[in-house]
Design a protein around this ligand. Structure first.
Ligand code: NAI
Length: 271
């Protein structure tokens, strides 16, 4: 095992932030039997399966975050505001909060942080442009811009401090695809678990970034960086196309669709 491999997760302590959320709840259930000690945290102490520890911590509170990370080998950082919102709130929770996780991890000697980033960091690329994580960000709103900032912090902590960090750009996490955009962006619940398991355990990671998206026939994002870490999605939104009214048409304009409109951002700013 080299320095940057995680080794056996059954001998380790992992913390999951945002553990009460849509992605966190099933992820905690999945990891409960795979990780030696699992600590689930959210604004309020989350409901957890037997054997999992549950702790309340606000990501804006640096001391509270540091206390949760004590003794951890790895962190899956899902917590935050999960959609467009006032920039000041996004900066405080999603950027400063991520800094608290990374800095807490550095001080506690944590080896790896897996960060839930978003496809919305590149949502202003047109639908006909295949996107690879090495391309410059083109966020489709201030939520996406703050994800870009948090990804940059992940890169910084890898380059400067040797903390392994993996930015997982989640597609559209849904039980099943519900609209034309989802035919390109859907991340099935099962593929989501595959993506996070790979990000947690892939060997030899410094900084990595990949799209967590199912193997959609109409997909826009390269699956190669995920495959390099062992993430191989198995589901395809196309199997549900018959139930989507405009599935016969081709999506045009920015990949973010409605999220990329000016109104979507402006209507959520306080001033
Ligand atoms: P969610 O909104 O269901 O869960 C986020 C959790 O973060 C919530 O339980 C919330 O209580 C917690 N949280 C919010 N502010 C907090 C604070 N100040 N301190 C501590 N905890 C706080 O979101 P979901 O869908 O589970 O997403 C998880 C992560 O994945 C988020 O970071 C989101 O931005 C990202 N993501 C999700 C996508 C999706 O399709 N669900 C797509 C792209 C990215």
């Amino acid at each position: 095992m080299n320095d940057r491999s995680m080794g056996d997760l059954r001998e380790q302590t992992w913390v999951v932030t945002g553990a009460a959320g849509a992605v966190g709840t099933p992820l905690v259930a999945d990891l409960a039997g795979r990780v030696g000690r699992l600590v689930a945290t959210d604004l309020d102490a989350p409901r957890v399966p037997d054997g999992v520890e549950s702790v309340a911590a606000d990501l804006r509170d640096q001391d509270a975050v540091a206390a949760v990370l004590a003794g951890a080998h790895g962190v899956v950082h899902l917590g935050g505001i999960a959609d467009e919102a006032d920039l000041h709130d996004l900066a405080e929770v999603n950027v400063v909060g991520t800094y608290h996780v990374l800095e807490g991890a550095r001080r506690a000697g944590v080896r790896r942080v897996v960060f839930a980033s978003s496809n919305r960091s590149t949502g202003c690329y047109p639908c006909d442009v295949p996107v690879h994580p090495s391309m410059p960000p083109r966020p489709d709103g201030v939520y996406g811009a703050m994800k870009v900032a948090a990804e940059a912090l992940c890169q910084l902590y890898a380059d400067k401090f040797g903390l392994a960090t993996v930015a997982v750009r989640i597609g559209s996490y849904e039980e099943r695809p519900a609209n034309l955009r989802h035919l390109s962006t859907w991340l099935s619940p099962a593929d989501c678990l595959r993506a996070f398991r790979a990000a947690m355990s892939a060997p030899d990671v410094g900084y990595a970034c990949f799209y967590a998206v199912s193997a959609n026939t109409r997909g826009w994002w390269s699956l190669e960086p995920g495959a390099a870490l062992g993430f191989v999605p198995r589901d395809d939104a196309e199997e549900f196309a018959a139930g989507i009214p405009d599935a016969g048409s081709t999506m045009r304009g920015p990949q973010g669709g409605e999220f990329a409109t000016p109104e979507y951002t402006l209507s959520r700013q306080r001033h």
